[in-house]
Design a protein around this ligand. Sequence first.
Ligand code: DQA
Length: 155
Amino acid sequence: MSGANEGGAVRVYVLNGPNLGRLGTRQVDVYGVTSYADLVTLCVDTGRELGLDVVVRQTDAEHELLGWLHQAADEQAAVVLNPAAWSHYSIAVRDACAMLRGPLVEVHISNIHAREEFRHHSVVSAVATGVICGLGVDGYRLALRHLATVLGATG
Ligand code: DQA
């Protein structure tokens, strides 16, 4: 596991896949009214309370997410990942997740099992440490809380 940074906080990456940058205006009945900017604040603030150094990123480009997962693997860092639509078909994202050496919590804002059938299966879940879905953006907070516990953060 990666060590603490200079301030004593443990690095955790919160990585978000395609269309999640549109949170707050995108299908608010499904994903809620929290904007992506608000999600970033929520994750960083939660991390600060928990003694985690949280870095939040979002991309619509698969190769960019793969690069971030490779970086997390190299750093043995913990990851919270919402792979969004890639959850359902990207073997490349799954393979990159399988290389991680720290814990991986997969998060979905919506309950993918209660939606269209093509969303019921995530190719990532089998290589994740755990999965949280259907709890809205609170799922990110819960994922960070879990990671703070297992990483022995000091917050
Ligand atoms: C999602 C669920 C996916 O099916 C969808 O493609 C997303 C978001 C969620 O957070 O609920 O973009 O991962």
